[in-house]
Design a binder for this molecule. Sequence first.
Ligand code: NAP
Length: 448
Amino acid sequence: MLRVAVVGSGPSGCYTAQNLVQRDTRVLVDVLDRLPCPYGLVRYGVAPDHEKIKSLQGNLRTVLEDDRVRFLGGIRVGGPGGPGVARLRELYHAVVYCVGAATDRHLGIPGEDLPGSWSATEFVSWYSAHPDAADAGFVRDVRSAVVIGVGNVAVDVTRMLSRGRAELSPTDMPQDALAALAASRVSEVVMVGRRGPSQARFTTKELRELGALPGTGIDLDPAELAMDPAYSDPSGLPGPQRRNLEVLRGWAARESGETERRIALRFFLRPVELLAGGGRVAAVRFERTAPDGHGGVTGTGRFETVEAQLVLRSVGYRGVPLAGLPFDAQSGTVPNERGRVLRAGVPSEGEYVAGWIKRGPTGVIGTNRPCAKETVESLLADAPALLRREVPRDPVAVLRAEGSEPVEWPGWRAIERAEAELGTRLGRHVVKLADWDSLLAAARTAAP
Ligand code: NAP
């Protein structure tokens, strides 16, 4: 049997495992994750109110419950107490790294580290109950927020800031985050793009949701939209961008009545500095940009300041190096050829990548399917050579002997039960456990 370790149990890891067992009946897969919970960004990134996308967990669950797949949570590959990259390579015929893009990009402007300025990832992790996330008092004393960037994550955080208790309560968000967001007095969220509306990265379905939020109106400046040449003549645009402009045009033409909350969509403004007031962020200074005729923008030397007590930069994720694996700092990915890890430009035997760490943080969940398929094709083509090496019969016994304490599937199911029980106690549906102690305590209640 070919023994494969997949590191990371998010969509790319699960699709890799699925592909492996479906294509070859002589493969056994261990899916390792540093968290005791599976599903990666589907659990800790997809917004809690996006129930339909979250329901993908059902598909990923089927993969992890396959007879030839094992989930091993709580194993920190390349980190304290966990196996290193070289050791893992000894324990399995092949290792596929599906570790995603674990951090966020920075703006590199003054004031970025002021209290009240956070990455969207930190905010998302908090309301998604990631056990490493801290409650930074994100919305405390905040009346207006600025979200920098116009991708789908920016839309997610803008929407979450604009939702009320009635809409948040049915989600699985942790009780503390629900209480804080429900009590928040954020009445204005300004989402800002440095380029024009036709270059925004959000998708139309996500954009439309902003216009359907109860008690929330949308503000657009028709003159600002018209700075984008494609706004008046969208005929040359691809369908998704054209549809985005149609939505924006519809909103711009709409009478906007009085609402409890407002979302302003601004364009052609690039952040140059976060300004302080009272020891925290108080405003963002932007430079007005103008289209350069080639899809980019240039500065105009004119500036505008937007007040905000909360600034979320939502300018993309970024891969982080894993000790022992090669890393291209420029792209934030592991150098690879069709998923085969390249060391000094040469494919390294038995080491593979899939997902964001392979191709960068772009695309929707489904993009990981063809990406995983390509990697698995490479791996299975290499299988005859990989099988020549002897590996332990039971790598888990070795991992345990070397100090790892894996949370296996029954442990995860016990966490799920604890989250359902917590939800019942709170009069809600499932409510996520948000800290390491509660997760591990719940996992330990699993029958051995
Ligand atoms: P993204 O789509 O790459 O968007 C990043 C945004 O940040 C862009 O508007 C970009 O503008 C802007 N930006 C980058 N650097 C900047 C700077 N220095 N100053 C100002 N703006 C800057 O990234 P994302 O929103 O993090 O999403 C990551 C991936 O996850 C995407 O593929 C997304 O579709 C996916 N996702 C999907 C969903 C969903 O399907 N519901 C939800 C969340 C995420 P420029 O274009 O000018 O660079």
